[in-house]
Design a protein around this ligand. Structure first.
Ligand SMILES: Nc1nc2c(c(=O)[nH]1)N[C@H]1C(S)=C(S)[C@@H](COP(=O)(O)OP(=O)(O)OC[C@H]3O[C@@H](n4cnc5c(=O)[nH]c(N)nc54)[C@H](O)[C@@H]3O)O[C@H]1N2
Ligand SMILES: Nc1nc2c(c(=O)[nH]1)N[C@H]1C(S)=C(S)[C@@H](COP(=O)(O)OP(=O)(O)OC[C@H]3O[C@@H](n4cnc5c(=O)[nH]c(N)nc54)[C@H](O)[C@@H]3O)O[C@H]1N2
Ligand SMILES: [Mo]
Length: 774
């Protein structure tokens, strides 16, 4: 492991640094040979879909797409380390709860079902039969099916997700919180109203044509490294790439393709972004309005498109004309002149793609921000033509597919009718809990069984103490998982951990080795089959876990659960019966590269209320938690008679907007290592990136240790102790730190209007010198 240090990283993204990191990962997991073979099968026609991100792959064109972080995801699953019942049972669960995410991850792969023993405060092994009987007993005993919660994380395959939602709806609830609630929910909600589909409208072919790429709040160098290949190609053919991000992320600066001998040997690299717009945290709507205001003056509106395909333009235009430049500048942190430069690039481009990630969605006004991006492209007629369109870059490798399969707390009536017609039971019609709703329900005692299909609910969710107390109130918590994680230590009175196969492993059922299918960020559905031997002979696949649980819980079910999982092709036939767009599923999915689901917006068919693409008018937010905390802080100062020229004490009370990001060596709550190479952080994670002038003004030395104190106006004490201050190129008033350590600071009720995604990209905090700090 690296020693703790802060050192500016001078290399490009990718390059030798990436190759060194890969070698280190394989060594660390003691899988040198197996790893190499496994890696060659990632995203290959007969291999597995990379369990990393949801960026599509060109499996039919390039032989092997190198991705450092894909390697980490694969290596972490193929590790030689084993979290056996003996190994886990060496420690009390209270002890394990105090471990870091990194140390929990290092325990390795789970091998057998575990049950919590309250008398010893330890996990012990139990049989699968006992496990299913336990869950079934709890579920059957509930006064109402709505007192059970069924969470999904986005690695779950289409086949497993389909069976899971079928079981849960036959059981009687729509309580389906999923990771998407914390992720791209605002993209789905916002786009559906704007263009009639909640999914990206572009494909990789469009990336080959675009002459302008806008990247909002996304860090592809770390989170979607295969996207850098597309960006590199675009940059080389002269496309303009603009990044809108408070941070100047290295992956967007320059990239050395590890597969390009020339770049590698010459030490060269391809510059990526032509320009960086380092806006303030939460300043995106202001930026977008500023750019659109300029587009009006530049007469860059595509009037023919607007007239034929849209509604609401006049209202948008009037709103933009009335918008105040002073407010745009104050809230975005960028000048009118700077925004003109961006507008000119966009006005001159013929084919514009807008990509975005969590920097857009994880805000109180995330839906409005997504719709503002849609507005921008619609003004220029850039949706539904080759080389242009909207591209929300999804996170988990099958998060989009899980939604397509019905993992959704607000299912459409037509879909429920179809389930009823195909299966002969009446599915529940009322809305279920999303992630926030599930936490509230457990907190208030309205739900008492939590079942997690993958993921790490206790670590990924906001307001950690509240969420933990909610989970601990449950009668039963169950997690289907590949690795032991934080959520398994934050448990109900009874608790089970059920180990499952990972995507890289052979899934052998009665009819032979199985394939599963996934849907990527561009709606391509394709097959995946593991090649490694399972980490333990006791592992079950996720579809089998669901089938056995369903059979145990619903003895009178009419669904042939165990027959379905003998051959996953049978599950796909059922999927084809329920979803028209999956007609001929088994045949189509076996074609090389799979097939693309229809996307109406990309055909300029607008499945909206008006039958047109819809402009949405949104004000520049001035009512967020950060705004409110700042207003209150100023008022308090006035009350206390503190003048503008007061010393360090007053400045130290300043409210900062904290954004929470991923480091290079993590996958969400899974911490592979303690480095964040591109941002120059090594051997540590408890750092706070701060603007140097802010730091000096607040009276802190560089490297000082501070506690992060929540400043939400609800007056609940929220503290994340012990972060080291690191000067960073970030706008004044903004600070950044890693997730999940900072989730203690996110208030449960601070979430996106209309989508309830926790606002984990804009948390009001104050800094306090840590006690005992050197
Ligand atoms: N290796 C790896 N790959 C991953 C993941 C991982 O953890 N590790 N996670 C997966 C998942 S589930 C997801 S959702 C994706 C996440 O992929 P990203 O969306 O790239 O994830 P984040 O690290 O949250 O970073 C978002 C970016 O937004 C910027 N940002 C912060 N606040 C703002 C703001 O207010 N406005 C703007 N414009 N930008 C802002 C940050 O500086 C950062 O560059 O990646 C997926 N892929
Ligand atoms: N503050 C803050 N909070 C955030 C975010 C943020 O940017 N900032 N991002 C949010 C986002 S975008 C997301 S998507 C969520 C992520 O939330 P989750 O999806 O719940 O979390 P992960 O960390 O991806 O889950 C990791 C665990 O999944 C299990 N696992 C891995 N592979 C498999 C598999 O194949 N099957 C099964 N059954 N289990 C498996 C392992 O046990 C591993 O420990 O976090 C959200 N929370
Ligand atoms: Mo995500």
């Amino acid at each position: 492991m690296s020693e703790a240090k802060i050192q500016v990283y001078k290399g490009p993204a990718g390059g030798w640094g990436a190759l060194r990191s890969v070698a280190h990962q394989l060594l660390q997991h003691r899988i040198a040979l197996k790893g190499a073979r496994t890696l060659l099968s990632a995203n290959q026609p007969d291999g597995f879909d990379c369990p990393g991100c949801a960026w599509p792959d060109r499996q039919h064109t390039s032989s092997f797409e190198f991705c450092e972080n894909g390697v980490k995801a694969v290596a972490a699953e193929a590790t030689a380390d084993r979290a056996t019942p003996e190994r886990i049972g060496q420690h009390t669960v209270s002890e394990l709860r105090s471990w870091t995410d990194h140390d929990l991850e290092a325990l390795g792969r789970l091998t057998e079902p575990l049950a919590y023993d309250a008398t010893t405060d330890r996990y012990r092994r139990l049989s699968w039969d006992e496990a299913f009987a336990t869950v079934a007993r709890h579920l059957q005993a509930l006064p109402s099916p709505d007192e059970a919660i069924f969470y999904t994380s986005g690695r779950t395959s289409n086949e497993a997700a389909f069976l899971y939602q079928l079981f849960v709806r036959e059981f009687g609830t729509n309580n389906f919180p999923d990771c998407s609630n914390m992720c791209h929910e605002p993209s789905g909600v916002g786009m559906k109203a704007s263009v009639g589909v909640g999914k990206g409208t572009v494909t990789l072919d469009d990336f080959e044509l675009a002459d302008c790429l806008l990247i909002f709040g996304q860090n592809p160098g770390t989170n979607h490294p295969r996207m850098l290949g597309e960006l590199r190609a675009a940059s080389r053919r002269g496309a303009r790439i603009l990044s809108f991000n408070p941070m100047r992320e290295r992956g967007l600066e320059r990239f050395a393709d590890p597969q390009s001998p020339l770049e590698m040997l010459s030490g060269g690299a391809t510059p990526i972004a032509s320009d960086f717009y380092q806006l303030k945290v939460g300043g995106d709507i202001a930026v977008l309005k500023g750019i659109m205001k300029h587009l009006l003056t530049l007469e860059a509106v595509d009037h023919a498109f607007v007239a034929e395909h849209t509604t609401g333009f006049d209202a948008l235009k009037a709103d933009l004309e009335a918008e105040d430049w002073a407010r745009i500048e104050a809230e975005s942190g960028l000048t009118r002149e700077r925004l003109l430069q961006a507008a000119q690039v966009i006005a001159q481009a013929d084919k514009v793609i807008a990509c975005w990630g969590m920097g857009i969605t994880q805000h109180q006004h995330g839906v409005a921000a997504v719709q503002s991006i849609a507005n921008l492209l619609l003004v220029r007629g850039m949706v539904g033509k080759p080389g242009a369109g909207l591209c929300p870059v999804r996170g988990h490798s099958n998060v989009q597919g899980d939604r397509t399969m019905g993992i959704y707390e607000k299912p459409a009536p037509a879909f429920l009718d179809r389930l009823r017609d195909v299966y002969g039971f009446e599915p529940p019609r009322h809305e279920g809990f999303d992630t926030i709703g599930a936490i509230e329900a457990m907190r208030d005692g309205r739900a008492s069984v939590f079942f997690g299909m993958g993921g790490n609910f206790a670590a990924a969710t906001p307001d950690t103490p509240t969420t933990w107390a909610a989970l601990q109130r449950c009668a039963l918590t169950v997690h289907v998982a590949t690795k032991f994680n934080r959520s398994h230590t934050v448990h109900g009175r009874e608790a089970l951990v059920l180990p499952c196969l990972g995507r890289t492993e052979v899934d052998l059922q009665a009819s032979g080795a199985q394939h599963i299918s996934v849907e990527d960020s561009m709606s391509m559905v394709h097959l995946s089959a593991g090649i490694n031997a399972p980490a333990s002979p006791h592992l079950l696949s996720e579809p089998v876990v669901v089938a056995r649980l369903a059979a145990a819980t619903l003895p009178n079910s009419r669904v042939p659960w165990m027959w379905l999982v003998e051959d996953y092709g049978r599950i796909r036939d059922h999927i084809a019966q329920v979803f028209d767009e999956f007609a001929g599923f088994n045949e189509k999915v076996h074609r090389p590269g799979g097939f693309r689901l229809r996307n109406t917006a990309s055909e300029r068919v607008w499945a909206t209320a008006s039958g047109k693409a819809q402009f949405a008018v949104h004000g520049i937010p001035t009512d967020t938690l950060v705004h409110r905390a700042r207003k209150r802080s100023r008022r308090d100062e006035v009350d206390a008679g503190v003048g503008a020229d007061a010393g360090g004490d007053q400045a130290a009370e300043e409210v900062f907007a904290l954004t929470t990001v991923r480091a290079h060596d993590q996958y969400n709550t899974t911490v592979y290592g303690l480095d964040d190479r591109y941002r120059g952080v090594f051997g540590q994670r408890r750092v706070l990136f701060v603007n140097a002038q802010d730091r000096v003004r607040a009276g802190f030395d560089e490297g000082a240790w501070v506690d992060l104190i929540g400043a939400a106006p609800d007056d609940i004490e929220r503290v994340a102790p012990g972060f080291k201050l690191v000067d960073h190129d970030i706008p004044a008033g903004c600070v950044a730190a890693y997730y999940p350590e900072t989730n203690v600071l996110v208030p449960l009720d601070s979430h996106a209007v209309g989508a309830r995604t926790p606002a984990s990209k804009a948390i009001p905090i104050r800094l306090r010198l840590a006690k005992g700090a050197a």
